[in-house]
Design a protein around this ligand. Structure first.
Ligand code: NDP
Length: 341
């Protein structure tokens, strides 16, 4: 069995969807209530591969909200993730993906030091961040969507916002090794980490977001922002491809311009329908088939019986591992989302 640990994008979203997740009594409760709410296993389902194999899975709602980070409720955020992991382990789940901010909190606050959660000793090999598959899917989206739009990668400038992150650095490594993109712009806040990445890659220009946007033909958004940023479309090149892999989304602006194309980044479409609730709740266009690539990674690990923390630690994702999970992804019928929103 595989597991998915997830969370909703803000308090309003969590309140609105509480009844669909089966706990309508939470719908009118405020922030403090959500801070003390325990994780809940809310959905169980089957996933069929195009190979014919079928696996069982479940979704665990951690009741974490990104506002907990904004309001510096760090201990609360940590408790949410550890409790959700302990719940997955109590259900004897082989491999569980830590979706969205779950893995970010795990890494940021060094939770590998917190193995004991009451009477459960966490076995980290049962968990994966899912970031290797996410990075692979975003890279395939860069390659395939740019071709659709007639953007020639070997003449293109690609900006990566969140370049020093786990997903961002993997995307940079892939673009550097596997494509001939003309220029890479590296965006994040911590200068030291940017310089380290630049030296590892042996290329790339370190830039602020405002300076980079007018130069970029393609922008990959993989920054861990609790809220989306507003962008003026005047500042963007035309045409421009924006691939937003953030959860919650990095882009706070809806664009209405024929030459600005936005793609939901790190999203895959499965070839066969899944009867589950969660993807409708997070507003996927085709909830029976579309999902976060990190969730799909847990499915791939279960299909292949690779019961190991395939994606673990920060900035460890190699191009070889992206290729390995990519092959499994194709084999079991997952495709990168290529429809613009
Ligand atoms: P990390 O924490 O590893 O990296 C985050 C990156 O964002 C760092 O480079 C950080 O650098 C940068 N960053 C944070 N805030 C800002 C800011 N305001 N401006 C510019 N850069 C910023 O995160 P992950 O790589 O694990 O995840 C990235 C995003 O992808 C998250 O939104 C996450 O929820 C989403 N995600 C999506 C998945 C999917 O399946 N689609 C799966 C997993 C994650 P610095 O702090 O120096 O600024």
């Amino acid at each position: 069995m595989f597991g998915l640990i997830g969370h909703l994008t803000n308090l309003e979203h969590a309140q609105k969807e509480a009844h669909k997740l089966g706990y309508s009594e939470y719908a009118n409760e405020g922030f403090e209530f959500w801070c003390s709410a325990p994780p809940i296993l809310v959905d169980e389902f089957q996933v069929k591969s195009v190979t014919g194999a079928t696996i069982e899975g479940c979704y665990i709602e951690s009741c974490f909200l990104p506002e907990m980070l904004n309001s510096r409720r760090i201990k609360t955020a940590i408790r949410k993730i550890l409790n959700a992991m302990a719940l997955a382990q109590k259900h004897n789940i082989n491999i569980t993906a830590l979706g969205g901010f779950s893995s970010i909190i795990f890494e940021e606050f060094n939770l590998k030091e917190n193995k004991q959660v009451r009477n459960v000793e966490l076995e980290f090999e049962r968990f994966t961040t899912g970031n290797t598959h996410t990075a692979y899917i975003i890279c395939r989206q860069v390659e395939q969507a740019s071709a659709q739009l007639g953007i020639d990668l070997n003449k293109a400038t690609v900006a990566v916002c969140g370049a020093t992150g786990d997903i961002g650095s993997a995307v940079c490594r892939w673009l550097n090794q596997k494509t001939d993109v003309a220029d890479l712009l590296l965006i994040a806040r911590n200068r030291e980490r940017l310089e380290l990445l630049q030296s590892d890659l042996g290329r790339g220009k370190i830039m602020g977001l405002e300076e980079a946007l007018p130069l970029a033909d393609i922008v990959v958004w993989v920054a861990s922002m609790p809220r989306g940023v507003e962008i003026n479309n005047e500042t963007l090149k035309k045409p421009c491809l924006l691939i937003d892999g953030g959860y919650p989304k990095n882009l706070g602006t809806k664009f209405n311009h024929p030459d600005i194309k936005v793609l939901n980044g790190g999203i895959v479409e499965h070839s066969l329908n899944i009867d589950w609730k969660i993807m409708e709740i997070v507003n996927m266009d085709i909830p029976g088939r579309q999902m976060f690539a990190c969730f799909a990674e847990a499915m791939l690990l279960e299909f292949e019986k690779w019961h190991t923390n395939f994606s673990w630690g920060r900035n460890q994702i190699s191009v070889e591992k992206m290729e390995q999970i990519g092959e499994a992804s194709v084999k079991h019928g997952f495709k990168p989302l290529l429809t613009f929103s």
